[in-house]
Write a protein of this length. Structure first.
Length: 77
């Protein structure tokens, strides 16, 4: 198998190293994360654990509360 040498920043290397499973080479990691464009499941669950749902819920609650405060203030006049 032919090989190529690439240069990556320390940050990129650390990210790849963190993604690397015990039984994988760096080539395996790169192939896994770049995937196959025909893979319909690629990216599924990628945002899991990112806290996005909590952030959306918090923003929604804040907007709802602000709306209720403005509505109450309007009808108290």
């Amino acid at each position: 198998m032919a090989t190529k040498t690439i240069t990556v920043t320390e940050e990129a290397y650390e990210r790849l190293r963190e993604m690397k499973r015990d039984d994988e080479s760096f080539t395996d990691v790169l192939l896994r994360v770049t995937g196959d464009e025909r893979d319909v499941m690629k990216g599924f669950g990628a945002w899991k654990g990112a806290g996005l749902r909590d952030a959306v819920d918090d923003a929604s609650d804040e907007l709802d509360e602000d709306f209720k405060d403005r509505q109450n203030a309007l009808f108290r006049r």
